[in-house]
Write a protein that binds this ligand. Structure first.
Ligand code: TRP
Length: 338
């Protein structure tokens, strides 16, 4: 029995932050280490061009940063095929064929794409490649015949479209060469880490992120500036836990749940200061992030080795993709010359 395949990836548009770590990377490592899967992790540079077409230098630099983030959190190239999207030429081909199986109206309905469009405010109009990136993402998943896609909650609409495209393809060409994927989402309550300012989304453009590569001092400074409870002015004032970012983070990072509950009770009753609470958060976060950061620094000392790892992963990924494309071309009847 061959193992179930999972595939996922990230756009290289900057370093990854702890929101990525909590919302997606941890899940991947857990699945990788379970030994139940054959994992593929892709640096989605082609997709990064859909909204950064005029910024190739950013994509090029971010490619190594993202690879370092992967290695640091424990994505292991001995277990996971880590590869680069643009190097898999079959993806462009499958995307082109998928493009004919989706309507423009359907593309315009994707809620994640819609909110990204309004957030990005494309001044020169929406790039066609951006509106259609869910099609290319469907090809990413389908070409590896991935059944599982570990991603953040915001990616559900992409999976929906991927399933539709797989069904349309198999239907149109009376085949069963492609398989329908399902999303694997983070455990409830751990899906999305808010920014340090309390915004529901941590993002580079909002400047509210803590990065996997941040050193202890940088991280501590960010935690100290975290949004807490604006009504908690004096230490003796009763404080609010709801909507208090420090507690949201403690729920996620502090393994001692009883201790968190005691802190919540103390804070609610009054008498627990924000600084004391934040110092505790810095300690528990550092306990988790310090080993990751150290591994990252070690890998960063040999960038050629990191690039070589990506190259070898891409060669392996390409073999799998080409096998699917052979079946795709056959199903479509375009293997004219044998
Ligand atoms: N859209 C994903 C992101 O925003 C990146 C991505 C590209 C992806 N292709 C994928 C994720 C295929 C899962 C599967 O980071």
């Amino acid at each position: 029995m061959s193992k179930e395949i999972y595939l996922t990836g990230d756009r290289p548009t900057g370093k990854l932050h702890i929101g990525h770590y909590i919302g997606s990377l941890k899940n991947r490592v857990r699945m990788q280490d379970s030994g139940e899967y054959s994992p593929f992790v892709m640096i989605a540079d082609t997709q990064a061009f859909t909204d950064n077409a005029r910024n190739p230098e950013k994509i090029r630099q971010s490619l190594t940063e993202v690879a370092l983030d992967y290695l640091a959190v424990g994505i292991d190239p001995a277990k996971t095929t880590i590869f680069v999207q643009s190097q898999i030429k079959g993806l462009f081909e499958l995307t082109e064929y998928f493009m004919n199986l989706v309507s423009v109206a359907r593309l315009q309905r994707n809620p994640t794409v819609k909110s990204e469009i309004s957030q990005k405010g494309f001044n020169e109009g929406i790039p066609a490649g951006f509106l259609t990136y869910p099609v290319s993402q469907a090809a990413d998943i389908a070409i590896f015949r991935a059944t599982k896609v570990p991603v953040g909650d915001d990616q559900e609409p992409m999976l929906e479209q991927a399933r539709e495209l797989v069904r349309s393809f198999n239907n149109a060409y009376q085949s069963d060469v492609l398989v329908e994927p399902v999303g694997v989402f983070p455990p409830k309550g751990q899906g999305r880490l808010p920014g340090i300012d309390g915004n529901a989304k941590m993002s580079k453009s909002l400047g509210n992120g803590i990065y996997i590569s941040d050193d202890t001092d940088t991280m501590a400074k960010k935690v100290k500036s975290m949004y807490t409870d604006p009504l908690h002015i004096n230490i003796t004032d009763p404080g609010h836990v709801e909507g208090n970012v420090v507690f949201t983070y403690l729920d996620i990072f502090d393994p001692d749940k009883k201790r968190v509950q005691d802190l919540k009770d103390h804070y609610t009753a009054g008498g627990l200061g924000d600084m004391k609470l934040k110092k505790h958060l810095i300690d528990v976060m550092d306990a988790e992030m310090a080993p990751i950061r150290e591994r990252r620094e070690k890998y960063a000392q040999d960038i050629p080795a990191v690039l070589n790892m990506l190259k070898e992963g891409s060669i392996r990924a390409n073999i799998v993709a080409e096998a699917t494309m052979k079946d795709v071309r056959h199903a479509m009847g375009i293997d004219y010359f044998g």
